[in-house]
Design a binder for this molecule. Structure first.
Ligand SMILES: N[C@@H](CC(=O)O)C(=O)NCC(=O)O
Length: 714
C-alpha cells in the first residue's frame, strides 16, 4: 500500500473548502467538455463519414453511451481494490486521452484517400480505428467517473459536511458548463473545411479539440497531486463482498429447515465465517442498490432528449428572429437550464421548503424529479400532436401518391385512370398529391393527338409526374416521403430550357430533365444558372424542413431568372422550436432533483471503502436506461410518436410510485456511525479494527476453511 495516507490529513482550505477540490472541478470541466464535445458530432461522423444508415448510427451511438455507463463498475473495482482512486483516475485518464487521439486520427480521410476524391478508400481501417478509440474512451470516461466524484468527496473533513453538499452541486455545474461549451463549439469546428488533398468537413478538428481538453484535464489533475487526501484501497473488497454474499446464501440454504432459528437479516447467515463489519457494510450497500432498481426508467426518458427530442426538433421551426437555432443545438437548453436551476434550487427553493417545515428528504426529491421527467414527456406529446397537425399526409405502406407538374407550353387536362381529372396550367402543378390504393395507372393528356401512357407507381412512395415540353416523354420522378433531415430543405430543378444548364453546386441538367434533391440549410440561398456565356442568379429564402421543385422556363435568361416558378412539395415546418422549452424545463428540473440528489445520496450512504462501488452502481442505472431505449427503439414501434411519449410518461409515473413506496421504508444511515458501533461491539479500537479487516482480506479464506465454518472472533 503505497498511497499517502490511511487517515485523512488536514488539508489547506479556502472559504471553508479544501483547495484540492479546485483541481478536481477543473479536471471534471475539461473531461466533460471532452466527452460531450466528442458525443455531439459522433452520430454525424457515423452517418456522413463512415456512411452508415440512420438506424446503425443511432444504435452504435446508444450502445457506446451504455458502455460508458457500464465501465464505472470496472473503474470502481480497480480503485477500491487495487490502485486507489487517485492512481485509477490517472491511469484511466491516460487510456481515455489515447482513445480520444485515436478517434481524432480515425477521422482524417486523407490517410486512406489515395484517389483523392475526398472520401476514404479503406473504410475498414477508419471503422476499426474509431471503434478502438471509442472502446478506450468508454473505458476511460466510465472508469474514472465513479472515482472522480467520490475522490472529490474524500477531500472534505467531517466539519465540512455543508460544503460537501455544495461541492456536488458545483461539480454538476462544471459538468454542464463543459457540456454546454463543447456542444456549441464542436459542431462549429466540424462545419469548417480542412484536409491535405481535398477539403472536407473538419472532423479531425472536432474530435481533436476534445482530445486536447482531455490531456489538459489530466495535467490539471496531476498538478493538484500534492494537495489531495488519498485514501488507500482496502484490498480486494469486491471479491470479499461477493464471497461473503455467496456464503450467506449457501449457509442460509444449508439451514433452510424450520428447526433453525431465523436471523434478523439474510446477510447474518454469513456471521459464522465473515467479519461483522464487512457484513454491516454489505447490508448498507445492498439496501441502497435495492433502491436503485427502479431508477433506470428515469434515464430511459432523460436520454431521449439527444435522440427522439432532437428528431422532433427537425420537424419544427428554429427561427428565433435574432438568431437561428439548429435542431441539434436545441439540446444545449438542458445545460443552460442546469446552470441556472442548480443555484436557484440550492439557494432558494430547497431552503424555502425547509423553512416551511417540510421534510424534503433526498429520496422524496428523487421521486419528485421522476414526476417532473414524466411531465416533460406529456409536454413532448402535446407538442407532437401540434406538429402532427402540420405534417403532410404521407402514404401508408399499401398506398401510392402522385403529383403532376406541367412544363408543357399550354394548360393541360390530365386524366389518371380510372377517374382522376386534373387541370394543370403551364409551369404549374396539381394542388396536392393524389393518393391511390393501386400501383398501375394510365395517364392521358388532352393534347392533339391525345397522349396516353401507363405507369407503375411505387408502393408506399410519393412521386411526381413530370410533363416536359415534349409530353410524349413524360416521366415519373421519386419525391421525398419524410421531412428532410436536420431541418434542412430538399430542393430540385426541372429544366424547361432548350439546352443543358449548369446550376451552382449541382450537376449539369439536360433539357426536360429533373435534378435529384439537394439539401439546403435554412436562410437565403443563391443559385447561379449558366449556359455558355449566359447566366442569371436565382435567390430564395428557405425555412425549415420544406421540399420544393423549381421549374425553369425557356425564357429564364431573358427575364433574369424571374420566371422560375416553384412547386411546394412539402410545407416548411410551422410549429416553433420554442414550444420544446417547457419540456426541457421540466426534464431539467427533474434532473436537478433526481440526478444531483442521487449523486449526493450515493456518496453519503456508502461505507468509506465502498464509495466508488456505489457511485458505479448509480451510474449503472444510466447504462440500463440506455439499453432500455435501444430495446424500445428496436421493438416497440407505436404508430404515433405522441402515443410513445405518453407511454413512457405513464411508465415513469408507475415506476416513481413504486420507488416512493420503497423510499418510504428506507432509513437514512450514517455509515461511519454504524461502522463505529460494530467496532465497539467487537471491542476493537478503530485503528486496530482497520488493521484486522485488511489482514483478514489478504488471507485466502477459502483454503483455510475447507473443513467447515469457522467462528470469527467477535
Ligand atoms: N445535464 C447533463 C449534461 C448534458 O446532457 O449536457 C449532465 O449533467 N449529465 C451528467 C454527467 O455526468 O454528464
Amino acid at each position: 500500500m503505497d498511497e499517502t495516507t490511511k487517515k485523512k490529513k488536514k488539508t489547506a482550505e479556502c472559504c471553508g473548502y479544501p483547495i484540492s477540490i479546485f483541481f478536481i472541478v477543473v479536471n471534471e470541466f475539461c473531461e466533460r467538455f471532452s466527452y460531450y464535445g466528442m458525443r455531439a458530432v459522433l452520430v454525424l461522423y457515423f452517418r456522413y463519414f463512415l456512411l452508415w444508415d440512420d438506424d446503425l448510427a443511432t444504435s452504435i451511438y446508444h450502445a457506446f453511451v451504455a458502455l460508458c455507463y457500464l465501465t464505472p463498475i470496472l473503474g470502481a473495482i480497480i480503485a477500491d481494490s487495487w490502485l486507489g482512486k487517485f492512481k485509477t483516475i490517472i491511469y484511466l485518464s491516460i487510456v481515455y486521452a489515447i482513445g480520444q487521439v485515436t478517434m481524432a486520427i480515425s477521422t482524417i480521410h486523407d490517410i486512406t484517400d489515395a484517389n483523392r476524391d475526398g472520401t476514404p478508400d479503406n473504410f475498414t481501417f477508419h471503422i476499426a480505428l474509431s471503434m478502438l478509440g471509442l472502446i478506450l474512451i468508454a473505458l476511460g470516461t466510465g472508469g474514472i467517473k465513479p472515482c472522480v466524484a467520490a475522490f472529490g468527496g474524500d477531500q472534505f473533513q467531517e466539519h465540512q459536511s455543508r460544503q460537501l453538499n455544495t461541492f456536488f452541486s458545483v461539480f454538476y455545474l462544471c459538468i454542464n458548463a463543459g457540456s454546454l461549451l463543447s456542444t456549441l463549439i464542436t459542431p462549429v469546428l466540424r462545419a469548417q473545411e480542412c484536409g491535405i488533398h481535398t477539403q472536407q468537413q473538419c472532423y479531425p478538428l472536432a474530435f481533436g479539440v476534445p482530445a486536447v481538453l482531455m490531456v489538459i484535464s489530466l495535467v490539471v489533475f496531476i498538478a493538484g497531486s500534492g494537495m489531495y487526501v488519498k485514501t488507500d484501497p482496502e484490498g480486494n473488497i469486491m471479491w470479499s463482498v461477493c464471497k461473503c454474499i455467496g456464503f450467506a446464501i449457501k449457509n442460509r440454504f444449508r439451514h433452510r429447515s424450520s428447526s433453525y432459528p431465523k436471523r434478523e437479516h439474510w446477510m447474518d447467515w454469513a456471521n459464522e465465517k465473515y467479519d461483522k463489519l464487512l457484513i454491516a457494510q454489505i447490508k448498507m450497500v445492498l439496501k441502497v442498490l435495492f433502491l436503485y432498481i427502479p431508477l433506470p426508467m428515469f434515464w430511459t426518458l432523460f436520454d431521449q432528449k439527444g435522440s427522439r427530442w432532437t428528431l422532433q426538433a427537425t420537424t419544427m421551426s428554429g427561427d428565433f428572429g435574432a438568431f437561428i437555432l439548429q435542431p441539434d443545438q436545441m439540446q444545449t437548453v438542458n445545460p443552460i437550464l442546469i446552470l441556472t436551476l442548480v443555484p436557484i434550487m440550492d439557494r432558494l427553493i430547497f431552503p424555502l421548503i425547509q423553512k416551511c417545515g417540510l421534510n424534503f428528504s433526498p429520496l422524496k426529491r428523487m421521486t419528485v424529479g421522476m414526476l417532473f421527467a414524466a411531465m416533460a414527456f406529456v409536454s413532448a406529446a402535446l407538442v407532437q400532436i401540434e406538429i402532427d397537425k402540420t405534417l403532410p399526409n404521407f402514404p401508408s405502406s399499401s398506398e401510392s401518391q402522385l403529383k403532376v407538374v406541367n412544363t408543357y407550353s399550354t394548360t393541360l387536362n390530365v386524366t389518371i385512370s380510372p377517374n382522376e381529372h386534373l387541370l394543370i396550367e403551364s409551369f404549374g402543378s396539381s394542388a396536392d398529391y393524389v393518393t391511390f390504393d393501386h400501383q398501375d395507372i394510365t395517364v392521358s393528356l388532352n393534347t392533339n393527338p391525345v397522349i396516353t401512357k401507363a405507369f407503375s407507381l411505387i408502393k408506399g412512395g410519393r412521386q411526381t409526374l413530370i410533363i416536359p415540353s415534349d409530353p410524349t416523354v413524360m416521366y415519373l420522378k421519386e419525391d421525398v416521403k419524410s421531412k428532410p433531415r436536420e431541418g434542412k430543405n430538399a430542393i430540385r430543378f426541372v429544366n424547361g430550357y432548350t439546352a443543358d444548364l449548369n446550376i451552382t453546386n449541382l450537376d449539369s441538367i439536360e433539357p426536360s430533365a429533373t435534378t435529384n434533391y439537394t439539401l439546403v440549410n435554412q436562410g437565403k440561398r443563391d443559385f447561379v444558372l449558366r449556359h455558355g456565356e449566359q447566366w442569371c442568379e436565382f435567390s430564395r429564402k428557405f425555412g425549415f424542413g420544406a421540399s420544393y421543385t423549381f421549374l425553369i422556363p425557356s425564357t429564364v435568361f431573358s427575364d433574369d431568372c424571374e420566371s422560375i416558378t416553384e412547386v411546394e412539395d412539402m410545407k416548411p415546418n410551422s410549429v416553433h422550436m420554442a414550444l420544446q422549452i417547457p419540456q426541457y424545463f421540466l426534464i431539467t428540473t427533474g434532473e436537478v432533483m433526481f440526478s444531483v440528489t442521487g449523486l449526493q445520496f450515493s456518496y453519503s450512504q456508502a461505507p468509506k471503502n465502498m464509495k466508488s462501488v456505489l457511485q458505479a452502481g448509480w451510474l449503472c442505472t444510466n447504462a440500463v436506461g440506455n439499453i432500455i431505449v435501444l430495446i424500445v427503439a428496436e421493438l416497440g414501434k407505436l404508430p404515433k410518436q405522441w402515443a410513445e411519449y405518453l407511454l413512457f410518461a405513464s411508465l415513469l409515473v408507475a415506476v416513481s410510485i413504486i420507488f416512493s413506496i420503497m423510499a418510504y421504508f428506507y432509513t437514512y444511515i450514517d455509515p461511519a456511525e454504524i461502522e463505529a458501533q460494530v467496532r465497539k461491539e467487537q471491542g476493537l479500537e478503530p485503528e486496530e479494527m482497520e488493521k484486522e479487516t485488511i489482514e483478514m482480506e489478504e488471507k485466502d479464506e477459502d483454503q483455510k476453511n475447507e473443513q467447515g465454518v469457522k467462528q470469527t472472533k467477535i
